[in-house]
Design a protein around this ligand. Structure first.
Ligand code: FPP
Length: 248
């Protein structure tokens, strides 16, 4: 079934976040090495991004490298860093053609200098695009981000530039690496795992979750549209009762 025609253009999530999981297992199931799976993962990113632009999603956040991923074998970590740099270079023209603005969240300073350099370049060269913002979570961990936020706010309290009473949700959100990015309405995870894995813990307080059994390289336009369609048929109550939402 094609769901594109069924999607209500008025209630497409403004922000979709994705935990792209299963590249390694997909590769293994095809008798290939893990890096081949990540390369196929980039193809899935391209198709998903195009589909997101088509239905006018405004922010797409992808969990591309977690702080925990440093513990993988050295060749895989290096392979992923090289893939990132190569992909940024190869895709830059298409990002610009599709009006994609690139942003990165996470501990970017902890990435190898050559990755930081190519990220800076791609972010700078796409900064005026307005169709969609592609947010790459790189060297990202939500607990790291929350820890940094606590440290920053504590310093400001100590310096007396922030009073304890003025600490509210907005002040906290503005100290996270996602500052200025609305919270995601929808979080998708592939590969049959039902975990959040240290991703956007503050930002997903009211996010709808959508889990699929397929591996990330198998994800694309059809699956994104089905996820949006599924989301649109849920009732988001934000702690209220159903009749309050429907205005009865
Ligand atoms: C999860 O599969 C995927 C990753 C840790 C990396 C995701 C990276 C890409 C899709 C490529 C680079 C991205 C960009 C945006 C250029 P896994 O390796 O955890 O799979 P497994 O759980 O089956 O081992």
């Amino acid at each position: 079934m094609s769901t594109t025609n069924h999607i209500d253009p008025k209630s497409v999530p403004e922000h979709i976040a994705i935990i792209m999981d299963g590249n390694g297992r997909w590769a293994q199931s095809h008798g290939q090495d893990r890096l081949f799976g990540h390369t196929k993962g980039v193809d899935a990113v391209r198709e998903t991004l195009r589909a997101a632009v088509d239905v006018k999603v405004k922010y797409l956040t992808l969990y591309a490298f977690s702080t925990e991923n440093w513990n993988r074998p050295k060749e895989e970590v290096e392979g992923l860093m090289n893939l990132l740099v190569m992909s940024l270079a190869n895709e830059l023209d298409e990002l610009n053609e599709n009006g994609v603005r690139l942003q990165a969240i996470g501990n970017i300073k902890g990435l190898p200098e050559y990755c930081q350099e190519s990220l800076r370049e791609a972010i700078d060269q796409t900064k005026n695009n307005t169709n969609i913002t592609l947010v790459l979570a790189l060297n990202y961990s939500s607990k790291w981000e929350i820890r940094e936020m606590v440290k920053n706010i504590s310093s400001k309290v100590q310096e007396k530039t922030v009073s304890i009473d003025s600490i509210d949700d907005e002040l906290i959100s503005n100290e996270l690496t996602t500052k200025g990015i609305p919270d995601p309405e929808l979080l998708i995870r592939t590969s049959g795992e039902h975990r959040v894995s240290n991703f956007l813990l503050w930002q997903i307080a009211y996010t709808e979750f959508y889990f699929l059994d397929i591996y990330w390289p198998e994800f694309g336009k059809k699956q994104l549209n089905e996820a949006i369609y599924n989301y649109q048929n849920r009732e988001r109550r934000f702690g209220l009762v159903s009749s309050q939402i429907k205005g009865e």
